[in-house]
Design a protein. Structure first.
Length: 355
């Protein structure tokens, strides 16, 4: 593609044939047209490559990039290297976007920004959101941040806090955001390929700390699909190890900045959030076939870790939602049968919600 593009859209693709067409179509139907779509095929063994090839032939803005299966981080890093736009947007292959996402990025008031942050909604709420958008004439609520706010924004990221009441963004992820390519290249920022989970947050912290100006726009532009095979939903036997490895990596990254003491409590809040993930999506996941005694033994092992011991001391009534508070209260006092029961109820509740 020889013409100048304003936005590079990077989509890592791995065995995504079920949702891939919807994702690509949502991007190609954007109101703003001067973009390139980089489909990074990460060694797919289903029909994903054929789908990508078809769209590459159909639309000159689409480019297929091939690599062996190296993971989502390596795929995104490859996309960054191949990109040419002023802005970079990341979209997962099972998600999709609104037709005005790119138009909002290209507004005049966004030119001087280094980072744009938007809201997202679940894919199952798409129709409700579109009806609301058609009937609403409200102006988009915005909030400006400068370099002095970076410490606050990273702290909010660690604590999973929203930027505005009623907002629905996730500062830990690269969903529903736009990044300046020159900043990524200038500071050699990349996604850590050694991480199985949490790679978004590590990238986001590195980028946020280089930002001089950013803007939050309280408007949903991104739809997230959650399904049993998605990375955040499927069970893996070593899930707990991946969580702990990420938390150690996160601490190393935070401590590389002199302002770590400002983030210390936020870090331990992040430990508690991930501890909930270890319990619900790992140890007490319905697909975990380990014996009850083995599950309790692993709970005792994790409870004895220094980072967990310190985190539970930081726990207070103001941190986390009520489900996390109840779950971690019983975990703190080593009531593992009750913890297991709460996790089972949580999975039943999640299954019922999806019906």
């Amino acid at each position: 593609m020889n013409t100048k593009v304003n936005i590079s859209v990077i989509v890592p693709v791995f065995n995504a044939e079920v949702y891939l067409r919807r994702c690509i179509e949502s991007i190609l139907c954007s109101q703003f047209k001067k973009f390139e779509l980089l489909l990074v095929n990460d060694g797919s063994v289903d029909q994903s490559r054929s789908i990508c090839k078809w769209y590459e032939k159909k639309d000159r803005r689409v480019r297929l990039i091939e690599q062996e299966h190296l993971g989502v981080s390596a795929a995104r890093n490859r996309g960054i290297c191949e990109s040419s736009g002023e802005w970079i947007v990341f979209v997962d292959s099972d998600d999709f976007i609104t037709d005005d996402f790119f138009s909002l990025i290209m507004r005049k008031e966004c030119e001087a920004q280094d980072l744009l942050i938007f809201d997202f909604v679940g894919a199952d709420k798409r129709r409700r959101y579109l009806r609301r958008r058609q009937s609403s004439q409200k102006a988009i609520m915005e909030r400006q941040y400068n370099e002095k706010d970076n410490l606050l924004l990273v702290d909010k990221m660690l604590r999973c806090h929203q930027l505005m009441k009623g907002g629905h963004t996730d500062l830990r992820s690269v969903w529903a955001k736009a990044y300046k390519r020159k900043i990524i290249q200038q500071y050699f920022l990349e996604f850590p390929a050694e991480l199985i989970m949490g790679e978004d947050q590590i990238f986001q912290i590195g980028y946020q700390m280089k930002v001089k100006r950013c803007m939050y726009l309280k408007k949903a532009v991104y739809f997230i699909e959650t399904h049993p095979d998605s990375a955040t939903q499927r069970y893996q036997a070593d899930t707990w190890k991946h969580y702990l490895y990420f938390l150690r990596h996160l601490k190393d990254v935070l401590k590389s900045y002199p302002c770590y003491p400002v983030w210390k409590e936020g870090y331990y809040d992040a430990v508690l959030s991930n501890l909930k993930g270890i319990l619900v999506m790992g140890i007490f996941h319905p697909q975990n076939s380990d014996s009850t005694s083995k599950k309790y033994k692993l709970c005792r092992k994790i409870r004895g870790l220094q980072m967990v011991e310190r985190a539970v001391k930081y726990s207070n009534r103001k941190t986390g939602d009520w489900t996390r508070k109840v779950l971690l209260f019983f975990f703190r006092f080593r009531c593992y049968p009750v913890v297991g029961l709460i996790c089972r109820i949580g999975h039943i509740r999640m299954k019922w919600k999806k019906r």
